[in-house]
Design a protein around this ligand. Sequence first.
Ligand SMILES: Nc1ncnc2c1ncn2[C@@H]1O[C@H](COP(=O)(O)OP(=O)(O)OP(=O)(O)O)[C@@H](O)[C@H]1O
Ligand SMILES: [Mg+2]
Length: 201
Amino acid sequence: MNPTINTSLKVILLSGNPGTGKTSLANRLKKKGTYEIIHIGDIVISEHLYKETDEERDTKIVDAEKLNTYLMDYLKDKTGTFICESHYTDLILHSAVKMAIILRVKPEIIINRLKLRNYSAEKIRENAEAEFLGDCTSFMLEREELYRSNRIFEIDATNLSLDILTEIVDKIIKYPDNSAEYLAGRISWLSNDSVNINNFI
Ligand SMILES: Nc1ncnc2c1ncn2[C@@H]1O[C@H](COP(=O)(O)OP(=O)(O)OP(=O)(O)O)[C@@H](O)[C@H]1O
Ligand SMILES: [Mg+2]
C-alpha cells in the first residue's frame, strides 16, 4: 500500500471477462481527455510481472505482488484519474483505488467474439463459463472496502454501443452516489434459458 496519501490521484479498476470490451471502452474514455489508461495486460508482459507461462492455456500467470509494486512506483508522483483495465484488476490494491466497474456481456456474444479471435474451443469454453458464473464480479466483491462503500459497479454491455457505454461509465466515475442502478450484484445469466454454452461452441 502507498504510505503517502495523494488525494489528487484516483485509480479506477475496469474489469470484465475477455471479450467484454474493456480495451475498446478504455480507448474511448481516453478520448475524453480526462482519463489516463493503464492496459494492465500489456504492462504485465512488457515488465515481466508474471510468475510463469501456462503453456497449455496459452496465458501468463500474473504475479500480483510484482504488479502492485510496479503500480505503486509508477503512480507515486502522478495526479489525475487512472483507469486500469484487465480481467484481473481485482488484484490491484493501490490505496488510490476509488471504485471498480465490471463489464458484463451475455456468454453467447462472448463466444462469438472469441471465435473471431480464433481462440481454441477450450479457451472459449473457459471464458464463457467464467462469464456465465460472473467470476469477475465475484472476485471484485471480495474487495470489502469497495463493496461496503457502494463502489463496485457492473454494466450489462451486451446491447450497448461503445458511445453509450462511454457516457455511462463517465457518469458513474463522476457521480457514483447517483449510480445506484449500476451497483454490482444485479446481473445474472443463470436464469437465461437461451444459454447452453455447449450449443454455441
Ligand atoms: N460495446 C460493444 N459493442 C459491440 N462490440 C464491441 C463492444 N465493445 C467491444 N466490442 C468488440 O468486442 C471485441 C472485444 O473487445 P475488446 O478487445 O475491447 O475486449 P476486452 O475486454 O479488452 O478483451 P481482453 O480481456 O481479451 O483484452 C472487439 O472485437 C470489439 O470490437
Ligand atoms: Mg483487452
